[in-house]
Design a protein. Structure first.
Ligand code: PMP
Length: 426
């Protein structure tokens, strides 16, 4: 039999790309057998380079909100592409998109556009410091805000000074938040928070409204900026900023991933409380004003406003969660399913080294379902009840398969090494 195409690509990549791949999309930190390269996507499905099809519960780590190659978004992008994309300045669509986002996101009075989530969070950091004239920011322990030197989770290539002027607090823990604010003294520029706790390996947590309100109060007392990092969860919890669900308005919110349903675009949205600071920083990029992603985002926003995409994902997520609990129980396993059902983290109870999660992921993959053993997953609006039932049938077989070889399942050395490297940082 011919060697799989993915294996051949990995071998070639190892010669011309450091480690063959980098970042969280590297399959070195996933169970053996996970394909690295994908040939195409359509709706809720992806095909690897060998032509194997998977129901995709990672949704490109978030950008796929409505389905890959959504016809409505692609048509809007194609119309703009016929006119121009990266030009000497932005196209008119930039203003229309800014107006649209300001009208949809309650706390926002203005918008600035960029490419990646890290651009938006880094810009939030600068805008908050410029607005307040202060240095210190508060970040929750274990929270991911991107891969720039100030926030990348691995220390290699950074210096301690890159992370100077930062205090850590525990998400949902008012006392630790107050202690971090006290430690910042009169130098507090901003409190960063995720819409809900969506860290890797640990159960997800919705925001306690009392914690969210206290974060707002502390920012008001200190004249600091409250920043919500919506990059991962944006438009997957509500059609507004996520903390509108707990009645709290931030000064700044960072968006990316789903904004253009896969087209490269991110944004910093802000209130007038941070307009002057945002207007004073020098931020830009050669591709930040590309018109095609903005046209795609405008159409994505229309679909968000006018369809039940969100309610549909929640209904499917409820079905998935209940079905998985039942299937796991039938085979003697207990799951820890946490977070919003449309952004589930699915781990096994009593599985500290994630060995069962890994083994289950491999069995799911073999049955055409792409799941992640330790990162939250994503449903997309292109999924159907039939897709969820397909996943549940695969899950039942996968639980049975790992139950049969339970005693032989070993932890992954690569995962243990990565966990140790990250733990060494704190
Ligand atoms: N913030 C959060 C919450 C994220 O999940 C991510 C990406 N996973 C980022 C920021 C950074 O986004 P990007 O990878 O597009 O730079």
């Amino acid at each position: 039999m011919d060697k799989p195409i993915d294996a051949g690509l990995k071998e070639r990549a190892a010669k011309v790309i450091p480690n063959g791949m980098y970042g969280h999309e590297s399959t070195r930190i996933l169970p053996d057998g996970y394909p690295q390269f994908f040939e195409k996507g359509e709706g809720a499905y992806i095909w690897d380079a060998d032509g194997n099809r998977y129901l995709d519960f990672m949704c490109a780590y978030g950008p796929n909100l409505l389905g890959y190659r959504d016809g409505r978004v692609d048509a809007a992008a194609a119309r703009q592409a016929a006119l121009g994309d990266t030009l000497t300045g932005p196209a008119p669509v930039m203003v229309e998109l800014a107006e649209t986002l300001v009208s949809m996101v309650d706390h926002a009075d203005w918008a600035m556009f960029c490419k990646n989530g890290t651009d938006a969070t880094s810009m939030a950091l600068m805008a908050a410091r410029a607005q307040t004239g202060r240095r210190t920011i508060l970040v929750a322990e274990g929270a991911y805000h991107g891969a720039a030197a100030w926030c990348t989770p691995l220390p290699s290539g950074t210096v301690a000074e890159d992370r100077a002027w930062q205090q850590r607090y525990r998400y949902n823990d008012i006392e630790s938040l107050e202690a971090a604010v006290a430690a910042a003294g009169d130098d507090l520029a901003a409190i960063f928070a995720s819409p809900f706790k969506h860290d890797v390996f640990v159960d997800q947590e919705l925001p306690d409204p009392a914690y969210a309100r206290r974060a707002r109060e502390l920012c008001d007392e200190k004249g600091a900026m409250l920043v919500i990092d919506e990059v991962r969860a944006g438009f997957r919890t509500t059609r507004d900023c996520s903390w509108s669900l707990v009645g709290v308005k931030p000064d700044l919110s960072c968006w990316g991933k789903s904004l253009g349903n896969g087209q490269p675009l991110s944004a910093l949205l802000g209130a007038d409380s941070c307009r002057q600071g945002a207007g004073s920083i020098y931020v830009t990029g050669s591709f930040w004003f590309a018109a095609v992603p903005m046209a795609a985002a405008l159409e994505t926003m229309r679909i968000i406003r006018e369809t039940d995409y969100l309610e549909h994902m929640v209904a499917l997520g409820d079905r998935l969660r209940a079905g998985l609990d039942a299937a796991a129980g039938e085979h003697g396993f207990r799951l820890r399913q946490s977070g919003p059902v449309q952004m589930p983290l699915i781990m096994f109870a009593d599985d500290p080294d994630v060995r069962f999660g890994y083994a289950w992921g491999q069995e799911m993959l073999a049955r055409g379902v792409y799941v992640h053993p330790w990162h939250n997953m994503f449903l997309c609006a292109a999924m159907t009840v039939a897709d969820i039932d397909f996943a549940l049938a695969a899950a039942s077989e996968a639980f049975a398969a790992i139950a049969a070889r339970r005693a032989e399942i070993q932890p992954s050395p690569a995962l243990l090494a990565m966990a140790a490297a990250q733990a060494g940082q704190h």
